[in-house]
Design a protein around this ligand. Structure first.
Ligand code: AMP
Length: 544
């Protein structure tokens, strides 16, 4: 027997109808490239988003067609986020940090027919436009100096007289948003989110047990809108009616701290690299900014060292919430909120728990598979994390080969090596490809990096595998010291030796000025492995 409930479609327009009706006067604030501040409301934004949909239709964009954006975080990008999927087309966010060759590849692979580009990014567009399939280029900017053959975003919108009844009926399973993985191995792969996936992800992200986003919040996503949907925040904020603050291209610590203060930001979100810079800026001038409105910093995309969580909390009274996710998961997977039991533990235990990746969001199911099958949830046994759920990809766009990422029974293989404790709390031990295999035994590069970053002189550290003549692989480290601090490699080894067996210790520790990063701001371990390719280990730590 079937239930007697409406077949209500879970779509982005449903989220926007709510935002417009209930929160139409809530603010959206953007910092523009010239640093001026633009303010308007959800009502304005959604009206203009509808106009954009109509304008795109007049350019020949039909259902399912891909419209690319090459933009920083700002109100026009939000209009594209809302307006393109609401018109039945698919918004494809291009990652402006990719190499032009990769951008050309991705735009062709996605079949983008139109691109909306920030005026300040025209130089980047020129580097691959000839090779891209765009029929129309729409320039988002101040309307001046729009190159011949391109359209001005504002002129296009003002050409639309009436957009009131233009929202088409949309099937919740239709594609809404497209985002390519950052492609640390091989070519980037396209992930295509349905309206339903976005709607359910939005609902789940707002919960107290996940990101806990409320109407009274003011949210500043530092995470770019071209990275995994800015973690869904543009949709979650619209659903709950939270004020949004978009930082534009100004992501340096000073610009962000100023905006936190002036807009009374309550939640911000970004990758650890961003927060590392902010922590250093706050440490340098501890009482310069009034951040009393800030409720929490959501940090994910890479492991957050415990020392960073402590640093923000103890020195600046700012709380970090650590989350794990993937482009293939829209991206929310797990969040390290402490349960009521955990909140009774000692401070040290609580910090250690908050540095783990935490509990899965509702509807995200998890399991971990080792060499002998699924591993026990005992907090120790390690295996590759597999997930399934209503916002997890079941394949890549137009890919003949999904790279062995799906199990026979339909779970997604994350490539992350984890342990899961009896309560379901996940700890990421490493990326499968970054684990260091010493003989048959595993060394976690993440554990060593976190411990190195726990040393008072260390700003950043990365650990990778280098070849070892006897044990196949051994750990080696690169370290960036905090400015004005000093430490010798042997000091850092002594520091590590307090927590790890001898055979885990890096065989060499090199001091560097900078650690190479990917387009998503993560450590580029492939470049580091390359650096140590010709290097040979001479010692045998397991000999005694
Ligand atoms: P992306 O699809 O570019 O967001 O990358 C997803 C990958 O980033 C995951 O599979 C993890 O390896 C890594 N990652 C994301 N969040 C975290 C986190 N909180 N801790 C450790 N690794 C993370």
């Amino acid at each position: 027997m079937q239930g007697l409930i409406m077949d209500y479609q879970l779509t982005i327009p449903a989220i926007l109808r709510r935002a417009e009706q209930l929160f139409g006067d809530r603010e959206i604030v953007s910092r523009q490239p010239d640093r001026s501040i633009q303010r308007y409301t959800y009502g304005d934004c959604i009206r203009r988003a509808r106009k954009l949909g109509v304008a795109l239709k007049s350019l020949g964009v039909g259902r399912g067609d891909r419209v690319a954006t090459l933009c920083w975080n700002h109100y026009r990008h939000l209009e594209a986020y809302y307006g393109i999927p609401s018109s039945g087309a698919v918004v494809h966010t291009l990652n402006l940090r990719l190499h032009p060759d990769d951008l050309a590849y991705v735009a062709n692979h996605a079949g983008d027919t139109v691109v909306i580009v920030d005026k300040v990014l025209l130089g980047l567009l020129e580097k691959f436009r000839e090779r891209a399939p765009f029929k129309h280029v729409i320039v988002a900017g101040d309307g001046s100096d729009v190159p011949d053959g391109m359209l001005d975003y504002e002129v296009l919108l003002s050409s639309v007289q009436n957009s009131d009844d233009e929202s088409p009926e949309i099937d919740e399973r239709a594609a809404a948003v497209m985002c390519y993985t950052s492609g640390t191995t091989g070519r980037p792969k396209g992930v295509l989110y349905s309206h339903r996936a976005i709607a359910l992800h939005t609902l789940a992200s707002a919960l107290t047990m996940t990101l806990d986003i409320r109407e009274a919040d003011t949210v500043l996503a530092v995470v770019p809108m071209f990275h995994a949907n800015a973690w869904g925040l543009p949709f979650t904020c619209a659903m709950v009616g939270a004020k949004q603050v978009c930082p534009g291209p100004h992501l340096d610590p000073k610009s962000l701290l100023e905006l936190f203060e002036s807009e009374r930001v309550t939640i911000s979100a970004g990758v650890p690299t961003i927060w590392l810079g902010l922590l250093q800026a706050l440490d340098a001038e501890p009482r310069k900014y009034d951040l009393s409105a800030m409720r929490k910093l959501i940090v994910g995309g890479a492991a957050v060292p415990e020392s960073m969580i402590r640093g923000f909390q103890e020195r600046h009274g700012l709380s970090i919430v650590h989350a794990w996710g993937m482009t293939e998961m829209a991206p929310l997977g797990t969040v390290a909120n402490l349960s009521s039991d955990m909140a009774k533990e000692s401070k040290d235990t609580q910090y250690a728990l908050r540095a783990k990746q935490g509990l899965p969001a509702p509807f995200v199911e998890i399991r971990a598979r080792g060499e002998d099958g699924l591993v026990e949830w005992n907090g120790n046994s390690m295996g590759e994390l597999e997930v399934r759920g209503p916002w997890v990809a079941n394949g890549y766009y137009d890919a003949s080969d999904s790279g062995d990422r799906f199990t026979e029974d339909g779970w997604f293989k994350t490539g992350d090596i984890v342990s899961i404790d009896a309560k379901g709390f996940v700890e990421i031990r490493d990326r499968a490809k970054d684990l260091i295999k010493s003989g048959g035994e595993w060394i976690s590069s993440v554990a060593l990096e976190n411990a190195l970053m726990g040393h008072p002189a260390v700003a950043e550290a990365a650990v990778v595998a280098a070849p070892h003549p006897k044990w196949q692989e051994c750990p080696v480290a690169v370290v960036v010291l905090k400015s004005g601090q000093s430490a010798r490699p042997e000091d850092l080894t002594t520091h590590l030796a307090q927590s790890f067996p001898r055979w885990w210790l890096p065989h060499t520790i090199e001091m560097v000025a900078e650690i190479p990063r990917t387009s998503a701001g993560k450590v580029q371990k492939s470049a580091l492995r390359e650096r140590f390719k010709g290097w040979t280990a001479t010692d045998d730590p397991k000999a005694d």
